[in-house]
Design a binder for this molecule. Structure first.
Ligand SMILES: O=C(O)CCC(=O)C(=O)O
Ligand SMILES: [Fe+2]
Length: 303
């Protein structure tokens, strides 16, 4: 296996692995270390059945099953389809997933660790791929927060709410997202996490405050909370933290949901097709009863 860093703020390409066959545990541990270090890993030229994608993803931790059952791959509750394609009048998947800056599952008590996506149909125009997935480096953002603010927010927490992102997406022109039912709202109550998390792999601090789900800093007056959240959102949206991943057909991408936040670029039309299968790996291996305030740090098994 070769790890080729992009030399940008995030990202590395992993060469020389066939992900359709089971990897050894030391190799998986090396990938977990690389994921913490580079935030986004691309594995080019992978041919994977849905069962193989699930089997590979499971090596990183427990897989998420969406309670609504939306856009599931047939026969695989843990695999979701991201696609704008329609067959016999039926959408093949979710067509507008993640189209604004967010961190997967920050609204959940059990947060997400890694998202695994395998892209088999990538839209193109004039020879250029469309539908990039963009990332920002939350380790680098933390480093740039002024020391006095780091200290002030060190013991503060943020409420993350699933409804915030859903309502934002619904308010967009052309959205076909239905309003959430009372039951769906109950299935995803808001969650509270520290403003800064200790990353379980790098052991460094990250800012955990994404614009998609973060609604308030719980210990501050509302006007102060609004002011500081706006500041933190603007800070992390600076260009210097940005890495834009341009999709290649048959690439598999894994990203770390603790050390990055992301955005799916909606720059393609309905007849420019995209088809990606996805497994969400939850961070249960790092967070026990204490939740996100006390991570179990990652230790690679001896090779
Ligand atoms: O489709 C993409 O590029 C990313 C969508 C997204 O936000 C996700 O899968 O979590
Ligand atoms: Fe996402």
């Amino acid at each position: 296996m070769n790890i080729i860093p992009t030399q940008q703020i995030l990202g590395a390409q992993i060469q020389g692995l066939d992900l359709s066959v089971a990897l050894t545990e030391p190799l998986v541990d090396k990938l977990i270390l690389a994921l913490g270090t580079y935030g986004v890993l691309e594995f080019p030229n992978q041919t994977l059945t849905t069962a193989q994608l699930k089997a590979f993803s499971e090596r990183f931790g427990e897989l998420y099953v969406s309670p609504g059952g939306r856009a599931q791959a047939e026969g695989f509750a843990e695999v979701m389809i991201l696609s704008n394609m329609v067959q016999d009048g039926k959408p093949l998947g979710l067509k507008d997933a993640g189209q604004s800056w967010h961190t997967d599952m920050s609204y959940s008590k059990t947060i997400a660790f890694a998202n695994v996506l395998h892209g088999t149909v990538i839209p193109q125009r004039a020879g250029k791929p469309l539908g990039d997935t963009q990332f920002r480096n939350t380790h680098a953002v933390y480093q740039d927060i002024p020391k006095d603010l780091q200290t002030r927010l060190a013991n503060k927490t943020i409420t993350h709410d699933f409804n915030k992102f859903w309502d934002l997406m619904r308010s967009r022109a052309g959205s076909t997202r239905p309003a959430l039912s009372e039951q769906e709202k109950k299935q995803r109550p808001p969650a509270i996490h520290p403003v800064f998390l200790t990353h379980p792999i790098t052991r460094q601090k990250v800012l955990y405050a994404n614009p998609g789900y973060a609604t308030k800093i719980n210990e501050l007056e509302p006007h102060e909370s609004d002011e500081i959240l706006s500041y933190l959102f603007a800070l992390q949206l600076q260009e210097k933290y940005l890495y834009s991943y341009q999709w290649k057909k048959d690439s598999l991408l894994i990203w770390d949901n603790i050390g990055t936040m992301h955005n799916a670029v909606a720059d393609y039309d309905p007849d420019e097709h995209r088809y990606i299968r996805r497994c969400q790996v939850m961070a249960t291996r790092f967070y026990g009863e204490q939740g996100t305030s006390a991570p179990k740090l990652f230790n690679a098994a001896p090779a």
